[in-house]
Design a protein around this ligand. Structure first.
Ligand code: P6P
Length: 327
């Protein structure tokens, strides 16, 4: 019998296979996700060339056609809106870049809400540091009638149907969950396909790495300061901080440890956004066996009050997050 070579699983094939194992992974859901994969492939091609664009003088100036070349994060935002804006089953788009949501389908057909940070950490691009796209998918809440768009959007993270991120680094990696584990894909740019790299990714339960911007340490809550003192003096921890959320989270998912972006007296809610940064990464973290808290409660239990609200974030290995909370 001829042995068939191991199956090449694209992310679209993987989502269809999930059908049944996850009630949300329906073919129409896969159609929605293909809008995200298409957009992130386009963004990846531009991010990889960003340095070159700088060299050939296109970025941030008027190019030969006389068009002003968009900043990369504006480009990423427009690309996501274009790729998602015409998928009949998407009703509302929420972007970190846009103050107001985009209603693209009325309630009956557009049952999904897609929220995203199109290019988080883009300030790092000219330092050639990995940056990323973070996305979160909700169902329109059938209990909310009429055009009250904001209350459709303001659902706690535990209601997410799916979530994930793409990290544009030495390779472009997509990690997503639809509630049945976390699965990772690597983009093969030569064929333009995300190929399955790892299924059911598990975050190590412990990890002796802490990740935070220690420049603000003096302003952190006392419990966090006590934890950092323990980690350095007794825990034998090492510190890793890239300053790009997706990169710091991806490392934490793979190697374990804890990422912290606490509040300070000047910014009591911290810097990171709840709806399209903390919630999606918290969903991924929990599906990989990790944990995510704001220091008081589970991130996924937080009832949002405004679209762009911020939240303190402690996310990573279960045992490490629990240890932080004991302080
Ligand atoms: P700080 C990047 O600007 C970003 O939004 C996240 O990607 C990153 O985790 C954070 O800000 C870094 O903030 O205050 O340490 O420079």
């Amino acid at each position: 019998m001829t042995t068939i070579a191991p199956r090449i699983t694209t992310v679209e094939r993987h989502m269809l296979d999930l059908n049944g194992r996850n009630p949300h992974a329906t073919p129409e859901f896969s159609w929605l996700m293909s809008g995200i994969t298409l957009a992130t492939k386009i963004i990846a091609s531009y991010v990889q060339r960003a340095g070159l664009m700088e060299i050939i003088g296109e970025a941030g100036r008027v190019n030969v056609q006389g068009e002003v070349v968009q900043k990369l994060d504006e480009f990423a935002n427009d690309t996501l809106r274009r790729c998602l804006g015409y998928r009949k089953n998407i009703g509302i788009l929420v972007s970190e870049e846009d103050e107001e949501p985009h209603v693209i389908q009325e309630a009956e057909s557009g049952k999904y809400i897609v929220l995203f940070d199109p290019l988080d950490g883009s300030s790092n691009i000219n330092a050639n540091v990995s940056i990323g796209t973070i996305f979160s998918i909700l169902h329109r809440d059938p209990a909310v009638t009429g055009n009250d768009v904001k209350s459709q959007i303001l659902q706690p993270g535990c209601k997410q149907v799916a979530a994930g991120y793409v990290i544009y680094g030495s390779s472009t990696v997509l990690a997503y969950t639809a509630g049945a584990g976390v699965h990772m894909f690597t983009l093969d740019p030569s064929i333009g396909a995300y190929l399955l790299a790892e299924e059911n990714v598990k975050m190590p339960e412990t990890g002796n790495t802490y990740s935070c911007n220690e420049a603000y340490e003096k302003n952190f809550p006392n419990g966090i300061r006590r934890y950092l003192k323990w980690a350095k003096e007794d825990g034998g921890f090492s510190s890793r901080y890239i300053g790009s959320l997706v990169a710091d989270f991806h490392r934490t998912l793979i190697r374990g440890g804890v990422f912290l972006y606490p509040g300070t007296p000047k910014a009591p809610e911290g810097k990171l956004r709840l709806l399209y940064e903390a919630n999606p990464l918290a969903f991924v973290a929990e599906q990989a066996g990790g944990m995510a808290s704001d220091g008081e409660q589970r991130i996924l239990d937080k009832q949002p009050t405004t679209m762009h609200q911020r939240t303190p974030l402690i996310i990573g290995s279960k045992n490490e997050v629990e240890r932080v909370l004991t302080f």
